[in-house]
Write a protein that binds this ligand. Structure first.
Ligand SMILES: [Mg+2]
Length: 259
């Protein structure tokens, strides 16, 4: 068995695609846990709650408690708790972000004049008013934190604007740069390692997107596994630094890990 104590598992393109589990996903999770290796499911998505993901995974027959799920929204709330004393947060975001802020006893207000910090997550109900108020908060010295930098999201309709596009609007309007929590930035990794209670050397990150999952692993000094079930194809990594494992699916990864 490869010497690891924890695995960070990406969700979309790694564990499932849409509502369909990918090959061996449930078995992989069970077998890893049986070996005493801890698992953390990690997503840059801040829109949904950990409860949503836990239920979604359970419906697919994949055993996952809320404590085993880290969204960029939860990582953001944990980060704020650790680094700031009683900020009043003006949020742009949906259920996933609001739930985590409230769960972590962070003050939330929709009046920018009352707030000291702007937190931006993906928000499909974004309006000019919200963006305007956010920009005014930034102009007035508000702290600027973003859940994740993803510029677009792949959907059946095509690529649609993601949180990165909302951030671009605010950056353009104010000249301010956000502090970003999600992959490929390090704050989410720190939170993940702290939850897993592992060191970088003894942690494996598994994902389907080279630019985020694998680069995050390289930057943090973790072991890396690229599964070719999602965004990145084998030809895309030609001439690039190789992950420790490049595999067709989680079944092949399990075989390689358990050797
Ligand atoms: Mg993915």
């Amino acid at each position: 068995m490869v010497d690891i104590e924890g695995i960070i598992l990406d969700l979309d393109g790694t564990i499932y695609r849409g509502n369909t589990p990918l090959t061996f996903a449930g078995e992989f999770v069970n077998k890893v846990k049986q070996k005493g290796i801890r698992i953390l499911f990690l997503t840059n998505n801040s829109q949904r709650t950990t409860l949503y993901y836990s239920r979604k995974l359970k419906k697919m027959g994949i055993d996952a408690s809320e404590d085993e799920i880290l969204t960029s929204a939860k990582a953001t709330a944990l980060y704020i708790k650790e680094h700031y004393e009683n900020p009043w947060v003006f949020p742009i975001g949906e259920d996933g972000l609001l739930t985590e802020l409230i769960k972590h006893n962070i003050h939330v207000t929709f009046d920018w004049r009352m707030s000291s910090m702007l937190v931006v997550g993906y928000d499909t109900n974004i309006t000019y008013k919200k963006l305007k108020d956010a920009a005014l908060l930034l102009e007035n010295g508000g702290i600027f934190i973003a859940c994740n930098p993803d510029k677009s999201l792949p959907t059946e309709e095509g690529n649609i604007p993601g949180n990165g596009a909302q951030l671009a609007f605010l950056k353009e309007a104010t000249g301010r740069e956000p502090y970003i929590i999600g992959k490929p930035h390090m704050p989410i990794v720190k939170e993940a390692l702290s939850i897993l209670n592992t060191t970088t050397e003894k942690t494996l990150i598994v994902g389907d997107r080279y630019e985020t999952d694998i680069l995050t692993g390289f930057r943090a000094g973790m072991k890396t596994a690229l599964v070719l079930t999602g965004a990145t194809k084998k030809n895309d990594i030609h001439n690039r630094r190789r992950p420790d494992f490049t595999v067709q699916n989680l079944e092949e990864l399990w075989k390689r890990l358990s050797k």
